[in-house]
Design a protein around this ligand. Structure first.
Ligand SMILES: *Cc1c(COP(=O)(O)O)cnc(C)c1O
Length: 403
């Protein structure tokens, strides 16, 4: 179909479904002026006070009290022993992969259904993302399907996993907690241990989400958080590395601060490294946002409960709920359409957005982007189905307030 051809008309059934989803979303969101954002940042706490204090102190860059205070707040909230705040989530992922021992020429198992930053972080290590499928419950990596795939193409040689087809070492497995819903971490940790893979969690979307009572990002050797403007809390731009390993924690800080060796005044650096440390100004914002995080999560969960009920009344539509044994932050509310049909999905997106309700499709799968078109991969039927059927609906904390 050419880009200018009009979309085919929807059947009466599908048109009715579009109207039902619109009505359900309206009912949940309530009467609002203007466009209802997908996820809007909010600065109603002590953000101004802390940022002003930071400006007054003159310590606006990577050295300052707020950076350490923010890291402590994250450590207290998540339970992680060591936290290194970074300039963004992609930088945090890059550091995680470096610290996981990913070498140029390695492969790293990453979900096809993911934001592009994860595969990019692998590429920045000179390694190749090896795309794997998701499961329908959590939308995260399917441990069973991955085990089948690895038995097909890989073998364990001593401590490491080798791709028999490419000869490359498969060094690590990155799992991601989609829209805040924890992936099946016990099964994935077990699989990683059996295959000799370092487990890294991309917890960019899951601050405030717990798997069996333990915060996401605390089930692998290393994890990355993001505080981009659209995330649960924001520092403008920002990220963090979480780990329980003291040596990896020390290395994360060292590599994020140009590997500078403490010295009175000499510029001594002991390896090639990065300028990835979070500036104090951003951390000041983060300290204020951490104070309201528990309330945001409560509000987002209340909003999700209203969507759950509204979606249940729409035949064929599935509300993507928190998997059993988990407590999700419901970062973005997601629904799955009954039919894997892009014309249906796009008609719905058109209608919702035209009505001032911002909604979006899921990310385009990695193998559908030009730079990853030839990436090694497992069969990806579930990711393909989700790509065609999933949309995200307005999810800001304020929508769950009061009402
Ligand atoms: C937001 C996000 C990132 C990257 O974070 P940035 O701070 O934007 O670099 C990585 N992975 C996932 C899954 C994300 O949603």
């Amino acid at each position: 179909m050419s880009a200018t051809a009009p979309p085919p008309p929807l059947s009466a059934d599908r048109q009715a479904l579009v109207e039902a989803v619109l009505a359900a979303t309206r009912r949940v969101v309530g009467a609002r002026d203007g466009m209802v954002a997908l996820h809007e940042p909010e600065f109603a706490g002590r953000e101004r006070e802390y940022v002003q204090d930071c400006l007054d102190s003159g310590w606006v860059s990577s050295i300052g009290a707020y950076v350490e205070r923010f890291e402590r707040a994250l450590a207290d909230y998540t339970g992680a022993a060591h936290v290194a705040a970074t300039v963004n989530g992609t930088a945090a992922l890059h550091l995680c992969l470096k610290l996981a021992g990913v070498q140029p020429g390695d492969e790293v198992l990453t979900p096809a259904l993911c934001f592009v930053a994860t595969a990019n972080a692998v590429s920045h290590c000179g390694a190749t993302p090896h795309l794997v499928d998701s499961e329908f419950t959590s939308l995260g990596v399917d441990a069973v399907a991955l085990d089948v795939h690895l038995r097909d193409i890989a073998e364990r040689r001593g401590d490491v996993c080798v791709n028999r087809r490419t000869g490359a070492t498969i060094r690590a497995l990155v799992v991601m907690h989609s829209f805040g819903h924890p992936a099946d971490l016990d099964a994935l940790a077990d699989l990683a241990a059996r295959w000799g893979l370092v487990l890294v969690e991309d917890a960019a979307e899951s601050l405030g989400s717990f798997y069996k009572g333990r915060h996401t990002g605390r089930h692998g050797r290393l994890a990355a958080l993001s505080f981009n403007g659209n995330k649960v809390i924001t520092t403008g731009g920002g990220g963090a590395v979480l780990t329980d390993d003291p040596e990896l924690g020390r290395r994360a800080r060292h590599l994020s601060t140009t590997a500078r060796v403490p010295d009175r005044w000499n510029f001594v650096h002991d390896e090639v490294a990065w300028n990835y440390r979070m500036p104090n100004l951003n951390a000041a914002l983060g300290c204020a946002q951490m104070e309201v995080l528990p309330r945001y999560v409560d509000e987002k969960r209340a909003l999700a409960a209203r969507y759950r009920e509204a979606v249940a009344a729409v035949p064929g539509l599935r509300f993507v709920d928190e998997p059993p044994g988990t407590r999700s932050n419901f970062w973005l509310v997601a629904v799955l359409l009954p039919t894997a049909d892009a014309s249906m999905r796009d008609a719905l997106l058109e209608r919702l957005n035209a009505e001032g309700l911002m909604s979006r499709p899921v990310w385009r799968l990695m193998q559908h982007l030009p730079m990853y078109a030839n990436a090694p991969r497992a069969p990806l039927p579930v990711a393909e189905s989700i790509e065609a059927r999933l949309i995200n609906l307005p999810s800001s904390p304020k929508l769950g307030r009061g009402a």
